[in-house]
Design a binder for this molecule. Structure first.
Ligand code: FEO
Length: 371
């Protein structure tokens, strides 16, 4: 892509990755973007970077606006390689630029890239003046890694939020109004469920810390820049980070050996639909575990079904449950179901995962051979 003007003297200069289909186990069917932002002032700043293979695209986008050598400050909000990948090359090309980051970021950069970076380590709410602009740094550890921070540009009311409020979608139009609210929140929910879910308390802290800021635009490090739907996105983050769910919404997630557990899943679907619940049925033979994860973001009740195979769970279900356990949804109701021939361990194993997550349990459902 080319550089995109956000406001006077503020540009998006990142890259679009149309091809990526997996992010450490999270399926990304629509690709993603690695957003980077160039801010022109008496001193010139670059906020966030791109994944290493997109370094030339970043450089070219910057040089549409200013020579690379004119950059004074590199603001590193997060060191995960999808954002910091281009930093080593840029630090070599612009050795006089100062790197602003958290202490954890400096440690992580050294450990990952096996080299020392000379960094200015920011303190919480420290401000950097670049002329007419002031940047305020707000550490947000674990949203998404210990090093993460967001950066607020007060004069332009812009929050550079890094992974927070991101969405995995590759689209050349940079702004949320092009995408529309429903699609935006669908992609943001998918991202939240698969990336941010374990860190609700940290998201709550971030929302509280930035609540005193006047925010007109949110520039995340993935996906669309938010200018039309900021309040709606913040409201969703409030709900998701507090694990607020819809009592009337349920998901049924299953795999089946010879169709019996599928019959059980369908009868549960009929039963709950007749009760007036909004129910989604997800067959793990056809849908990825990260799709299933996103569907349960606002659901109160989660049914998981597996036939027993060799005294164990079917592998797709084991994979989903392991993935869900790491993402730590809270305050849910769980129902385990499945068919078996002679031993039937799958039900208890599903319930072990539910118990580890603190779910309230509904009575399980078992069927010998055929329901
Ligand atoms: Fe988009 Fe945590 O990196």
């Amino acid at each position: 892509m080319s550089a995109i003007k956000i406001k006077e003297n503020i540009y998006a200069v990142g890259a679009i990755d149309y091809d990526i289909r997996t992010f450490h186990g999270y399926e990304t069917p629509y690709g993603t973007t690695y957003n980077s932002y160039l801010i022109l002032d008496e001193k010139i700043s670059l906020v966030d970077f791109v994944k290493a293979p997109f370094t030339d695209e970043l450089k070219s986008n910057i040089e549409e606006i200013v020579p690379l050598s004119k950059i004074d400050y590199f603001i590193v909000n997060h060191i995960e390689p999808d954002h910091s990948g281009a930093l080593p090359a840029l630090a070599d090309l612009v050795p006089n630029a100062s790197i602003f980051c958290t202490a954890n970021a400096q440690k992580g950069l050294k450990a990952y890239y096996k080299r020392d970076f000379d960094c200015h380590l920011v303190k919480p709410f420290e401000t950097l003046n670049t002329g007419k602009f002031n940047f305020t740094f707000v550490p947000m550890p674990m949203v998404h890694w210990p090093d993460s921070m967001s950066t607020y540009l007060s004069e332009e009311k812009i929050l550079f939020s890094n992974d927070a409020f991101g969405q995995h979608i590759a689209i050349a139009e940079a702004f949320d109004d092009n995408l529309g609210l429903d699609r935006l929140l669908e992609r943001a929910g998918d991202y939240y469920a698969n990336i941010v879910f374990p860190f609700g308390a940290q998201v709550q802290k971030l929302l509280s810390q930035v609540s005193s800021f006047d925010i007109e635009i949110i520039c995340p490090s993935h996906g669309q820049i938010l200018r039309s739907f900021v309040p709606q996105m913040v409201e969703k983050y409030q709900r998701w980070s507090q694990n607020i769910t819809d009592e009337n919404r349920a998901v049924i997630i299953f795999d089946t050996m010879w169709g019996s557990t599928e019959i059980m899943a369908n009868s549960l679907l009929d039963e709950w639909t007749k009760e007036g619940k909004h129910v989604e049925l997800i067959d793990l033979r056809k849908s990825h575990i990260s799709y299933a994860m996103a569907r349960l973001l606002e659901a109160k009740t989660i049914a998981v079904g597996s036939s027993t195979l060799n005294n164990n769970l079917l592998p797709n279900v084991a994979s989903f449950l392991t993935y869900m356990k790491g993402l730590k949804p809270k305050g849910r109701i769980g129902l385990a179901f499945g068919s078996y021939g002679w031993s039937g361990e799958s039900i208890g194993q599903i319930e072990e995962f539910f118990n580890a997550l603190g779910f309230e349990l509904l009575p399980s459902r078992k069927a010998i051979y055929r329901p």
